[in-house]
Design a protein. Sequence first.
Length: 444
Amino acid sequence: MQPRESRRLSLPIALYLALSTIYLLSIPVGESPDEPSHLQCIEQVSRLNRLPEILPPPQGEWWAREHVISGYLCYHMPLYYVISGYLQQVVHAVSGAPLHFEFPPNNPDWGTSLAMFEHGTGTPFSGITEPVTMGALRLLSILLGLATVWAAAHLARRIQPDHPLAPVVAATLIAGWPQFLFISRAINNDVLATALAGVLLIVLCEVGRPRRYVWASLLACLIILSKLTMLFAAVVVALAYALEFTAARERRREYILPGLLSLLVFGMLIAFIAWQPTIRYHFSLTQTVFNRMRPDALALPYWLNVLQLTLSSSWVRFGWMNVAVPDWQAYAWWAFIGLTSILGIRAALAYPRNRSRTIILLIVSVWAIGILASYTRINLNRFQPQFRFAFSLLPLLAAFASAGYLKIAGPSTHRQHVAAILLAITLAVANLWIIVTVVRPAYA
């Protein structure tokens, strides 16, 4: 990345850090999807030095305290919990802050009120009530979110090389995306999987470098160890290798050793899952649970509801999916993203085609299909139209939308700079409006 481009990226980086900090200060502890249960898994690592198990077992309905604060999510792949648990141990050793966090009492008005827990009243930033051992986990999430912002910029540069401002616009789109900002200060394994996925997609797009497949395989394994719904990442790596190996007629010998090493990396992952008892049990449990299909999953009204809530949860559905803005805002946002993405895809297809560019376009197409297939499978099994499960699509969407947005701005460099700044200002104002009119009243 050129020094000038790095300086330009200071705008979206500053936007992301400022807005994620404001969200961090504004949203109280526990008011993020499944955050209390994720913390139970992390504390099993930090306090007990073991891989998480489904303890304590969930009790009652999903909103009951004995269910919300339980280990029911500990069947997930453990990488995020292991990293977070040992981070807590380090912070505990330095600061002396406790490893265990006791969540506030449940809000007795839950259902009519939007807050799951009691947080007191009268303070504008009631979220700063947690020890530094939890604050470190939120800082980790913010840094992982920043990696996704960077990935969007880098991917835009690979896909749209003739648009020097495309990386800045792509990074700005992610840096000001409200739902992404909300999740990126939460204690949640989605942030690690999303960041690793963005880096993997960049590595795969460096066509012509056979050795990168070893790193790509390692990244895919780390993603799978973060979240099993990201299993498609291994399929994308395999298909990308097959495409490139087939196309590189005169260089095929250079791909043989990286291909064998990649097989070794994936073999080690399979062996680890098969031989580690806790991981093996959680893997088999996940496969059993997610292989079922809802009875109404073949009905059109069901998928219309999934679509409507997916669009809504991609813009603003904070808290436990119950802190929302009017749906028209989400529809307007997706109309903008859809239009600019279509224009960006057309621009990408209009570039002079060569072998490397064709492979890149095929890789990102397979990547998008894999994400959509995974998201569909989740909702075939259970009604979970939460766009955070498809966050790995964000860098790719932003990369295409950035070129479309600049195309609308016109060929003038001055107008494109103004358009990039205007986008940043618009997203900053939109997020501040959301904080003031939606978030603070919800938790006041």
